[in-house]
Every structure is written in C-alpha cells, then in structure tokens.
Design a protein around this ligand. Sequence first.
Ligand SMILES: C[S@@+](CC[C@H](N)C(=O)[O-])C[C@H]1O[C@@H](n2cnc3c(N)ncnc32)[C@H](O)[C@@H]1O
Length: 222
Amino acid sequence: MSDQKVISEDGFHTISSSAYGVTYHSIYGALNESITVFLSAGLQFQILKGKKKISIFEMGLGTGLNALLTLIDTADTDIHIDYTAIELHPLKWQDASELNYINELNGQQWKPSFQSMHTCPADQYVDLTSSFRFRKYHGDLLTTDIEGRYDVIYYDAFAPTAQEELWTSAVMEKMYNMLHQGGVLVTYCAKGSFKRALKSVGFKVEALPGPPGKREMTRAHK
Ligand SMILES: C[S@@+](CC[C@H](N)C(=O)[O-])C[C@H]1O[C@@H](n2cnc3c(N)ncnc32)[C@H](O)[C@@H]1O
C-alpha cells in the first residue's frame, strides 16, 4: 500500500503514511494545526519578544506546510528567517506538487519557493527570498549532527504511538542543546511521559490550548 493524500477538516491536504500508520497532520485540520502549534506558539512567540532574526529547526519537513506558512507569514516584514529542516523520507516534488496548499492559500507567487524546498540540494543553505534562508538535511534525527543553534524548534515527529524513539529524554537533550537560551520547542504532543522527558533535561514545560481535536499542546522553554 502506498501513501495517500487525504483532505483534513479545514480543507487542507495531509498525507496518510502507510509505513507509520498515521497522518502527517491532524485530520481535524492541517492548516489549523500548523498555525496553532508552530506559527503562533513558536514563531510568533519569538516575534512578539522583538526578535528580528529567527532561526528555526523543523523536525520532519514532510509536506513542507510549516515551512511554506512560515515563509508567507514573514514575507513583507522586517523579520529574517534561517530555516533548517530534517527529513528521513523526502517527498518527491511530483507528490508535493499535488498537495492543494498553493491553491488554498492563493499563493501562486510562492510556488517556486515551495518547489525549491522540495528539490534543493541537501545540507546547504539556499536563499528562497532576501529574508528567508532554507536548508534541509536528508537524514535521521537520531544520528545526524545538526549544525547551528536555534530560537524555535518545530518538533513535528510522528506521534509516540508510531515512533516512540523520537520522544525520549536522549532526543530531548539533543534538542535542548540545539536551542539558544530563551529558545522554545513547540509540538502538538502533550503526553505525560514526553513532558517528563523534557523536564528531565532542563526544559520548563508549558501546556497551551491545542488545535481543533486536541485539548493541549506543549511549549518547552530553555
Ligand atoms: C508528522 S510528519 C511531519 C509533517 C510536516 N512537518 C509537514 O508539515 O508536512 C513527520 C515527518 O518526520 C519524518 N521522519 C520520520 N522519522 C524520522 C527521523 N528519524 N528523522 C527525520 N525525519 C523523520 C517523516 O518522514 C515525516 O515526514
């Protein structure tokens, strides 16, 4: 069985992964989840603190929706973004181009940047705009050395039920070390054992209201 495109409840596509038995986003709304968990709780949190240069690390580039929304959200502002993502199973552009994001967002002008996110060479920065640098690693979060320090981590791994190994204290220690002081890790996951793992490596853990279908999400502060 192969991966399938699925329409989530807000009309935005997600992908159902046959290998992991889960979807890439909440079926209650891919756009809503991305905005609530990653853009509002992560990106906007740092912007509201007055930061003008923000470095973001995304665990799991997947469809590229979080990256695309971050690009659009900060375009025509004075915010500069350095965006690094990692992905173990990169989507083919053929598949990513069939997602309805560009149409739903009325964002034809962003299509070349969205295409570059999926087709650019790994491990090196490309300038998608004059204020948005993008780099992706093709590899496994568990074994890849990730350069740099970050203000925000979008932690968008598949859920612990599918990939328990990505939610351990050892991985959270790696995330902690990748953040600047004052940096935050945001994720849709609010599982007790995960929050204990965060606390055990030094994070201060905050519960926030989650996106539709999820009572709580997590923001962890360094
Ligand atoms: C929840 S999906 C990410 C959704 C994505 N942020 C988006 O907007 O489409 C999780 C992603 O993590 C990737 N992944 C799974 N295991 C990984 C690993 N060990 N290292 C890096 N990426 C991994 C999957 O291939 C998948 O694309």
